[in-house]
Design a protein around this ligand. Structure first.
Ligand code: AGP
Length: 641
């Protein structure tokens, strides 16, 4: 999705906004642009990648706004990229979101002899402001306010006006955050764009507008026109936050999470935990070194974030379960008492919700309803003030999730969220948040955020089934196995990717909780290698999909103790039609043409299956010349409907 960064202060605004845009590249985009203010407004914009430019061909300035565009209204063309200007070139704007009534406004402006250079909805905003200033003889800020009341839809906008040393802004439905510096201020759609410069932020809420200057900011409410005092938040880095949670938890003596008295963590357990974490980090480093020696990392794997974030999972799972025990206890008590629980998400986060619904049933015998957020309105009649909604979102800005939560709040439902991005919109509209603590996920694909989301559901479910301490132990058993999976299978996964890279279709089969894993594996493969991968429940094979199995069609079979017999019979049916079987299990089988060994841990090794599937999708992307970090057409966070 589009990215916005603005700077006003004593430094070189061109440099700061260029650096900021590069931090936003991970969100996915197809064009970019800058506007700065000297005695006039200067514009530089183009299609392509920001990373290709060293400096911006604009005069020096202390005020600059910049934008990365992910095309919605109007194709990928230079004239459609932002910033957009008024006809008299005295106003420049960047915009995230969609203006729903832009056609009628555009018609009114054209009737009054105004012209447009782009096909976008955004361009009507600066032109309409110019129109009002001339027609009603009002000042810029008044014209901005009237324009905001005229337009319908979602927006996060920044504007510079030739006659004022300010950056104006307005927010409704799309994220916008102010960064407070010393003799400088920032504004962005994503705090990662300026976190290097300041960790003091103000999160704007819907229907707020105003401006930032070098040493001050003014925020108004569009409905009341009154000036607002907003809280300045301090962003702590994840390490600091993790340390604070561990310190807080140590103060809690007997950890009661489900009426069983837990034996308190004694010292040697605490030492084990610490050693585990250090061991994992050490093991991962050793494995990466081994792998680097075997595979020409330099030539093909130039440090893609996707691979880095896959490897980080041995530790991010542990960070995810490092939660404030009091908060976890409160949340699981609410889960225990509630019968209608809805799990909401999109894409990978939805696949996590579906997987969690299997865990709730299999481990707690508790019914929960997983819902694709964009389908939520079909379930709205079921939502009451007794309902518990658990929203899952890495970015906390996915518009379909936010829309579902806003409608649930109108029904007075309780909202818990599992989120990675602090101070995101979702964290601010939920009753309780469980932060994933995964650190910034740069790759557009969700990898470490997926396993962190699952780990948090396992923490809640195991804490209810057993107790908090045992939950931690069981989940650490999972994270401790990840280095082993990587070490034993990394090269074989590369070989398998070499074998199937030319294929255009690939199928994944899973039963029970392996079915949602098959869906997630298919999503990874399709979104990063553009192979048409389809995951489906093993029992569905003969209900249609088997018609697609041809000679050498690759099929990944996810198998474990619970469903091995039935899954192997699926494999035999596929094999007899010429399919190429890649088995994922902890024991091999002669039906498999290739085999990926998954460590056997207790009743649940299904979540471990996703690690080799992520690696396989990475190698398929590389083999097919795809960018694993920024796949075509995809954005890191879908903030427009
Ligand atoms: C998954 O790899 C994709 N990046 C996408 O499906 C993503 O999971 C989805 O857009 C939801 O994003 P969220 O977790 O930030 O809400």
């Amino acid at each position: 999705m589009c990215g916005i960064i603005g700077y006003i202060g004593e430094k070189n605004a061109n440099e700061i906004t260029l650096k900021g845009l590069k931090k936003l590249e991970y969100r996915g985009y197809d064009s970019f642009g800058f506007a700065n203010l000297t005695s006039k407004i200067n514009i530089y914009k183009d299609i392509g990648k920001v990373s290709q430019i060293k400096n911006i061909d604009l005069p020096k300035s202390n005020i600059s706004i910049a934008h990365t565009r992910w095309a919605t209204h109007g194709g990928v063309k230079k004239e459609n990229s932002h910033p957009h200007q008024s006809n008299n070139k005295e106003i420049a704007l960047t915009h995230n979101g969609i203006i729903e009534n832009y056609q009628e406004i555009k018609k009114e402006l054209i009737k009054n002899d105004y012209f447009f250079k782009s096909e976008t909805d955004s361009e009507i905003i600066p032109v309409y402001i110019e129109y009002l200033i001339k027609k009603e003889k009002i000042v810029f800020f008044e014209a901005l306010k009237k324009t905001l009341k005229k337009i319908k839809g979602n927006y996060a906008i920044t504007i510079i006006y030739k006659n004022e040393k300010k950056i104006f802004f307005a927010k409704k439905g799309s994220p916008l955050i102010i960064g407070i510096g010393k003799n400088e201020n920032f504004i962005s759609s994503d705090m990662n764009a300026f976190l290097e410069c300041t960790n003091k932020i103000i999160c704007l809420d819907d229907n707020e507008y105003g401006f930032i200057e070098e040493n001050s900011f003014s925020i108004y409410d569009l409905n009341t026109n009154k000036k607002k005092n907003k809280k300045i938040n301090l962003i702590k880095n994840d390490t600091l936050k993790n340390k604070e949670i561990i310190k807080e938890n140590k103060k809690i003596k007997n950890i009661k999470t489900n009426n069983n008295n837990n034996n308190n963590n004694n010292n040697n357990e605490k030492n084990n935990e610490k050693n585990n974490e250090k061991n994992n980090e050490k093991k991962i480093k050793e494995i990466i070194e081994k792998i680097k020696n075997k595979i020409d990392f330099k030539q093909n794997y130039n440090n893609h974030y996707m691979l880095k974030e896959i490897f980080e999972q041995a530790n991010t799972i542990d960070y995810a379960i490092n939660q404030n025990i009091k908060k976890i206890t409160k949340i699981i008590n609410k889960i225990k008492k509630t019968n209608d629980i809805f799990l909401i998400g999109c894409g990978t986060s939805y696949n996590c919700c579906l997987y969690a619904s299997y865990l709730f049933r299999e481990i707690l015998n508790k019914q929960t309803t997983p819902i694709i957020a964009s389908e939520f309105e079909n379930y709205l009649p079921l939502i009451t003030n007794k309902s518990l909604i658990i929203a899952v979102s890495q970015s906390g800005e996915t518009i379909d999730v936010l829309e579902a939560i806003k409608k649930s709040k109108e029904k007075k439902a309780t909202i818990f969220s599992i989120v990675n991005t602090n101070f995101s919109t979702l964290t601010r509209i939920s009753d309780e948040n469980i932060m994933m603590n995964s650190g910034v996920e740069i790759c557009v694909l969700s990898t470490k955020s997926y396993t962190s989301q699952i780990a948090i559901f396992l923490l809640l479910i195991y804490s209810l089934k057993y107790n908090y301490n045992n939950a931690i132990k069981k989940i650490k058993k999972i994270s401790n196995k990840i280095p082993l999976i990587l070490e034993n299978n990394f090269e074989k996964l590369k070989e398998i990717a070499d074998l199937i890279k030319e294929k255009n279709d690939l199928f994944l089969i899973g039963r029970n909780s392996l079915y949602p894993i098959a869906l997630e594996g298919a999503l990874k493969i399709k979104e990063v290698s553009y192979i048409h991968a389809e995951g489906f429940a093993g029992g569905e094979l003969k209900h249609g999909t088997i018609a697609l199995i041809e000679n050498k069609t690759p099929v990944i079979i996810l198998s474990s103790k619970k469903n091995r017999e039935l899954t192997l019979s699926n494999a035999i049916e596929i094999k007899s039609r010429g399919g190429y079987i890649i088995g994922f299990d902890y024991i091999n089988n002669e039906i498999f043409d290739n085999f990926i060994e998954i460590p056997n841990i207790d009743e649940d090794n299904s979540i471990l299956m996703i690690i080799p599937l992520q690696i396989l999708s990475y190698f398929l992307a590389i083999n097919r010349g795809c960018d694993p970090d920024k796949p075509r057409n995809l954005a890191k966070s879908v903030t427009v409907i």
